[in-house]
Design a protein around this ligand. Structure first.
Ligand SMILES: Nc1ncnc2c1ncn2[C@@H]1O[C@H](COP(=O)(O)OP(=O)(O)OP(=O)(O)O)[C@@H](O)[C@H]1O
Length: 617
């Protein structure tokens, strides 16, 4: 069975190359044929040439013997030259195949992981293991190289087989004996190769953690703390501990297998001893032509690729091991057909909501968690109005955003949009109606204009809409002050690039969301939009709140009461459900949790003002 699976994977690798390029496939087959024939042909020509030397020396180069020697040498030289050319040709074919197949495989991978509209699968360790393997990270081999390496390996196996055939023209049983010896030891040798790759595959989780630890040392976002807290030694020892833990089973099984492989080596050695001994015996007891000796002796060595195991076998097995994982990802997750971007105006959620989004008895529990984060949660978000959501850390506010954005599915209750169950709408079409600033929004290493307009990739950026969005988000001045304005690259990792401060990035993330609103998004969700803003910028946000949320159904999450108090309605999330709703004054008058949190924050600022003698920044 494992062999059948292995053959299927090999066949799939070949089909992958064939569908990527017929020309490349045929060229690779021609190289395979050259690998199969050239080594033996070269040896035969060399043998002939060697055999003709004595006669040519005796009768001169102009004699028929001399001419025969020259012809043999010419043939040998041609074969040799072709063998020399084969290397560069192989390099060209390998590079071209790698370029094409890497693109194909990466696209398949992106289409598979993008198939679910949510993100839950990206937090599933099983999926992450497969993802690492499908990218070739687990064994450190590029799956895109699999087809060409496979053909190369087949070529060299065939070359060994042809050499066995040539040996059999001398003694019919000699080539057969060597081939049989290799067939006998094939099983344990293949087991050795598979065991090694299988161990890597099984160890993918500790290996992933090991790479994470190593990354701590050089990824800028983590390296800061590693240096400041002096974690270098700890990073190295954790990485090395995890690697040893991951690989120890492989070392044990390889040690066991090596014993069997050593026994196999004895059998192979005996077969080659028999071959060499036969030639030596014949040479000393019979009249064996020099030509035959000169051909058959090196031919013995040329038979070895028919069954020997080299580093290429380990590499190939590693490359091939990625392909079933990619197939499995596609089978489990699906694959996005056609354009990955859903049109904002043609999906079934286009233009929604017109009346209201309602959360009815909503519940959610993270996979493997013991308690619900949200349960029995009821809330109405009227279309075109703003709602602020407040609650202590861990209350479930961000989780609620992911449910609204269909990045996760509720485990109980439902969300309706204008009365339609959100689950019945096309998730991607719904997502295109949203403009979200996540707490951990993305900082793209692109220009300012691309950072803002990429939310609607595919459409050419609209300069007027960009300017309006920047204005509403309070980022116009910031952008104008950058070295190349909208064309400034926001990454110090690229020549001429620069970086922004946390608060400046936050204004840009808000501009991105407002640009999406300019281009038709109907729901604006801001998760902690002012967390990194200074007092003045936060006050400006407060002043612009109505302009920012105008005409959209908005949800604003914030711990800063100056940010939330302007919302049409405020909801308090506590213990997994909404416990209070109302306007700012109404909730203060109700003297519940909102009032308590508000007064606690106000007291802090009042105290600070008192301590600084009334000075404010
Ligand atoms: N991916 C996850 N897997 C498992 N549990 C999670 C995950 N994300 C969050 N949680 C848990 O869910 C709970 C709610 O988290 P959430 O981030 O929604 O809170 P929050 O109200 O947004 O908090 P904060 O104000 O600190 O941002 C927390 O107890 C957290 O530990």
């Amino acid at each position: 069975m494992p062999d059948q699976a292995a053959y299927r994977t090999r066949w799939a690798a070949w089909r992958m190359l064939w569908s990527a390029s017929r020309t490349l496939s045929l060229t690779a087959l021609a190289l395979l044929a050259a690998d199969a024939v050239l080594p033996s042909l070269t040896l035969v020509a060399m043998g002939w040439a060697t055999g003709r030397i004595p006669a040519a020396v005796t009768h001169g180069v102009d004699s028929p013997a001399g001419h025969a020697l020259l012809w043999s040498l010419t043939l040998a030289a041609c074969c040799f030259a072709l063998s020399m050319l084969r290397g560069p040709a192989q390099d060209v074919v390998s590079a071209a195949a790698r370029a094409r197949l890497t693109a194909t495989l990466q696209e398949r991978l992106v289409r598979a992981v993008s198939a679910p509209a949510g993100i839950a699968h990206l937090e599933d360790p099983e999926v992450l293991d497969r993802l690492a393997s499908a990218q070739g990270e687990v064994v450190g081999q590029q799956p895109a190289d699999a087809p060409i390496t496979l053909l190369q390996q087949m070529g060299s196996r065939l070359g060994g087989l042809v050499a066995c055939g040539v040996l059999s023209t001398y003694r019919w049983w000699l080539g057969l004996a060597l081939l049989t010896a290799w067939l006998v030891v094939r099983q344990p040798l293949r087991a050795l190769v598979r065991s090694r790759v299988g161990t890597y595959r099984r160890a993918s989780r500790p290996l992933r953690r090991c790479w994470y630890f190593l990354g701590l040392a050089w990824r800028p976002q983590w390296a800061k703390e590693v240096r400041v807290f002096g974690l270098g030694e700890w990073v190295v020892s954790e990485a090395s501990r995890l690697y040893t833990e991951a690989m120890r089973p492989s070392w044990r099984s390889v040690a066991r297998l090596n014993l069997r492989v050593a026994l196999c080596a004895l059998l192979v050695l005996a077969a080659y001893g028999l071959g060499a001994g036969t030639l030596a015996w014949d040479a000393s007891h019979h009249d064996v032509p020099l030509r035959t000796l000169a051909t058959m002796l090196p031919m013995l060595l040329a038979t070895m690729p028919v069954g020997s195991v080299t580093a290429t076998d380990f590499s190939l097995e590693g490359m091939l091991s990625a392909l079933p994982d990619l197939d499995r990802l596609e089978a489990d997750l699906g694959s996005v057909e056609g354009d990955l971007t859903v049109d904002q105006v043609t999906g079934d959620a286009a233009g929604l909501p017109r009346e209201a989004i309602r959360l009815e008895g909503l519940a959610f529990r993270y996979p493997g968690a013991e308690h619900d984060v949200l349960h029995d949660l009821d809330l109405e978000l009227p279309a075109g109005r703003s709602l602020a959501l407040v609650g202590v850390n861990g209350a479930g506010k961000t989780t609620l955003v992911t449910l609204l954005a269909r990045l996760r599915e509720p485990t109980g209750g439902r969300i309706t949009v204008d009365g339609t169950d959100l689950a019945a709408l096309d998730a991607r079409s719904w997502q295109r109606q949203l403009a979200v600033v996540f707490q951990d929004f993305t900082r793209y290493p692109l220009t300012v204009a691309e950072n803002v307009s990429l939310s609607l990739r595919g459409d050419p950026p609209d300069p007027a809409a960009l300017a309006r969005a920047a204005d509403r988000a309070g980022a116009a001045e910031l952008i104008a002050g950058l070295p190349h304005g909208w064309d400034t690259v926001l990454s110090p990792h690229y020549t001429g690039g620069t970086d922004l401060s946390g608060g400046q990035w936050q204004r840009l993330a808000l501009t991105r969301a407002l640009y999406a609103v300019e281009r038709g998004a109907r729901v604006l969700i801001l998760d902690e939009p002012t967390a990194q803003l200074d007092v003045r910028a936060e006050a400006a946000f407060y002043d612009r709140f109505l302009a920012i949320t105008e005409g959209t159904t908005s949800v604003i999450i914030s711990h800063r009461f100056s940010t939330v108090r302007r919302a049409d309605r405020i909801a308090v999330l506590d213990g997994g459900r909404i416990t209070e709703t109302g306007g700012h004054d109404e909730l203060l008058a109700a003297d519940g949790q909102y009032a308590e949190l508000f007064h606690a924050q106000a007291a802090r600022f009042t105290g600070a003002t008192a301590r600084t003698g009334g000075r404010t920044n």
